[in-house]
Design a binder for this molecule. Structure first.
Ligand SMILES: Nc1nc2c(ncn2[C@@H]2O[C@H](COP(=O)(O)OP(=O)(O)OP(=O)(O)O)[C@@H](O)[C@H]2O)c(=O)[nH]1
Ligand SMILES: [Mg+2]
Length: 369
């Protein structure tokens, strides 16, 4: 889907959910602490913004192979805002002004709770969470569209042949209809063109969405069933079950202890890699790598990008002056042991400007400016 936000190099994810759903705890689980998580509503007032390195074992292995002096992971940003309550658009709770903090993120993460804890007030039915969150997001967008559409209609009357403006007003009209019926735009079949025409209005529901289902420590064995029950209320949306509290506690431990704890609980690598994979999947993001003595580095790109576009991630000159790329899959390179061994073995592929980059490609670009 090409309506996805093209903002690069860093992707930003905004957390939304009811008070006490576990947004700040999720933030802590991913960023390794830093946000106040507390068992009362509206613990979060100002947004917490965190930048994390995306863990990548391929990158680590390449850095070791090349004895790189520097290792640069790709990064992802999270924004944790205050909780939404029913009626937020009418000023209930903290109101919905703070939603402005996530207008410009690339995607929304709905944080929905299914854990029960008598010390933590709030419903523990994730469908109820979803209902309220969707109403409030939709009403916030409706408000934005209503205030903007009049201005755009007026502009169109002054300049009735401006085709971009025509497309924009059409898109706003359709969005207005959908939102008035209570449909968040990510649930609608709004065309890609219309979605792009709406982009500059930074609507909340005109973004890709995924859900984190916050399960209790005592619900680990039911994680998949709980997630698929929620999934049927969110067709086409990735639902990631996480025991956010456990993950937040684990994130504070030294590496070895954390691995041990997660292993013991059957939680594998922990929240961050699992979350990033799902989040990148939602945005259609892929990774290519560069490696050398000076540095090894991971770069994100969008599925469907060709070699010159990817080269442009490193430097615009690389894209402008693109000649060709030398490419090898990371596992093949690792097996051969070095870039020069790969070259000697004739295993570096020469690819031109139409080459569709693949996830895990290790690249050296040739360019001329
Ligand atoms: N038992 C249990 N408690 C949790 C879990 N996740 C979060 N909590 C607790 O629930 C409380 C609220 O969590 P927060 O992460 O602060 O929730 P929030 O969504 O950021 O809330 P607001 O900032 O008020 O909107 C905290 O006391 C957490 O420790 C969980 O999986 N299990
Ligand atoms: Mg919070």
């Amino acid at each position: 889907m090409n309506w996805r936000y093209p903002r690069l190099p860093m992707e930003r994810f905004g957390f939304v959910g009811l008070p006490n759903a576990g947004k700040s705890s999720l933030f802590n689980a991913l960023a390794g602490g830093g946000a106040l998580a507390a068992p009362y509503a509206f613990a979060t007032t100002d947004p917490n913004v965190g930048v994390v390195k995306v863990p990548d074992q391929r990158l680590d292995a390449l850095a070791e192979m090349s004895e790189s002096r520097k290792v640069v992971n790709s990064t992802t940003e999270f924004v944790d805002i205050g909780g939404l309550v029913e009626g937020a658009s009418q000023g209930e709770g903290l109101g919905n002004k703070f939603l402005a903090g996530i207008r410009e993120v690339d995607a929304l993460v709905l944080v929905l709770r299914t854990f029960s804890d008598e010390d933590v007030p709030g419903p523990s039915d994730p469908i109820e969470h979803l209902r309220i969150v969707e109403i409030e997001l939709t009403l916030a967008d409706l408000e934005s569209v209503e205030t903007r559409i009049d201005r755009r209609r007026k502009a169109l009357r002054a300049d009735p042949r401006d085709s971009a403006l025509i497309a924009e007003v059409d898109a706003l009209e359709e969005a207005l209809n959908l939102l008035s019926e209570g449909t968040p735009l990510y649930r609608s079949d709004l065309s890609d063109d219309r979605r792009s025409a709406l982009r500059e209005h930074f609507l909340l529901t005109n973004k890709p969405v995924m859900a984190v289902l916050n399960i209790g420590e005592d619900q680990l064995s039911e994680a998949d069933e709980l997630a698929s029950a929620l999934g049927s209320a969110l067709p086409g949306t990735e639902v990631l079950p996480l025991s956010v509290q456990l993950e937040a506690e684990a994130a504070l431990l030294p590496d070895e202890e954390r691995a041990e704890l997660l292993e013991g609980l059957g939680l594998g690598e922990g929240a961050l890699p699992v979350f990033v994979r799902a989040a990148h999947g939602m945005l259609g993001l892929r990774t290519f790598l560069t490696t050398g003595e000076q540095e090894s580095r991971a770069w994100t790109f969008k599925e469907g990008w060709k070699a010159p576009q990817c080269a442009g991630r490193i430097h615009t000159d690389f894209e402008r002056g693109f000649i060709r790329a030398e490419i090898i899959a990371n596992d093949e390179l690792l097996a051969l042991g070095s870039w020069s061994a790969a070259r000697d073995a004739g295993q570096l592929r020469l690819e031109g400007k139409d080459y569709l980059m693949r996830d895990g490609d290790v690249v050296e670009f040739r360019f001329n400016v």
